[in-house]
Design a protein around this ligand. Structure first.
Ligand SMILES: CCCCC/C=C\C/C=C\CC/C=C/CC(=O)SCCNC(=O)CCNC(=O)[C@H](O)C(C)(C)COP(=O)(O)OP(=O)(O)OC[C@H]1O[C@@H](n2cnc3c(N)ncnc32)[C@H](O)[C@@H]1OP(=O)(O)O
Length: 241
């Protein structure tokens, strides 16, 4: 990912990712590694500018595009791994959860889902993605407290699989993970993966319209807009301090 300054997802970038995923799906790949070209930030999540004082039509398109990206990512036949070389809050964390394996670079980085702190409720398919990786009890506590984990904590609860010393090491660990499937028939691997992931995929496919309505309602809620205003200001003022 290379969308400075923080690899955030706006509508256009989501379309680019969808096109790339369509492209790679046609190729006979062993696996894909997601990482960031931006030092210290894997992804800062969704672009807050998309949902602060939004245009309604664009907001609906935006969430529909988020759904498209995740349906495609969860459904990829080949192995997926994330070399998390920096902060991965919110949708940055969800992106890594869509992969089968996560190696995170050691550093003063945070990973987790902090939406509740903004007054936002995570959607059921995202909750399912998290509790397929870490136990339900940890998921509930993490989501309700908007917990952002440091690297050691993330390893301890299983939110990441390994700690890497740097980006190259993280990528190498991802490659090692992908090589594990060299001798496994592709079809058997792909179907097993699909069945293991059927909960979030099923929720996403069957409740798309309801999910969009829920998202729009949450975002347009005046208290959420107030929170977002403060949050955008806080991010802007960070540099001035
Ligand atoms: C909020 C409504 C969502 C509704 C969802 C409803 C239901 C669905 C539920 C779950 C779905 C999945 C989740 C999605 C929600 C999100 O992803 S919301 C985004 C949440 N992200 C964050 O809270 C992270 C905010 N950023 C940071 O904490 C820090 O930037 C960082 C990642 C820790 C990096 O810090 P660092 O000091 O290195 O850099 P800066 O803070 O100076 O940032 C650099 C630059 O980037 C801009 N920026 C950072 N994050 C965002 C962002 N999310 N959107 C837009 N812009 C962002 C920042 O303003 C700086 O810009 P500059 O000053 O112009 O350089």
């Amino acid at each position: 990912m290379q969308r400075p300054p923080a690899n955030t997802f706006n509508l256009e970038y989501l379309h680019e990712i969808t096109n790339s995923l369509d492209e790679i799906s046609k190729q006979k790949l062993k696996g894909v590694i997601l990482t960031s070209a931006i030092p210290n930030i894997f992804s800062a999540g969704l672009d807050i500018k998309e949902f602060y004082k939004p245009d309604l039509q664009r907001l609906e398109n935006f969430w529909s595009s988020v759904q498209d990206v995740f349906i495609k990512l969860l459904d990829l036949d080949f192995a997926t791994a994330a070399a998390i070389n920096g902060h991965a809050p919110a949708a940055g964390c969800v992106l890594s959860l869509s992969c089968e394996y996560r190696a995170m670079v050691n550093g003063n980085y945070k990973i987790g889902l902090n939406e509740a702190a903004l007054g936002i409720i995570t959607t059921p398919w995202i909750q399912a993605m998290m509790y397929q990786v870490i136990p339900m009890k940890h998921t509930e506590t993490a989501l309700t407290t908007a917990k952002l984990f440091d690297v050691d904590e993330a390893l301890q609860i299983g939110l990441i699989d390994e700690i890497a010393s740097n980006k190259e090491d993280a990528i190498n660990r991802c490659k090692q993970y992908i090589r594990k499937f060299d001798k496994i028939p592709l079809h058997a691997r792909a179907l097993t993966k699909q069945r293991m992931r059927q909960t979030p995929i099923k929720i996403l496919r069957e409740q798309r319209d309801e999910d969009i309505r829920m998202f729009v309602d949450v975002v347009m809620n005046p208290s959420v807009q107030d929170n977002l205003k403060d949050y955008v200001e806080k991010l802007k003022n960070k540099k001035k301090k």
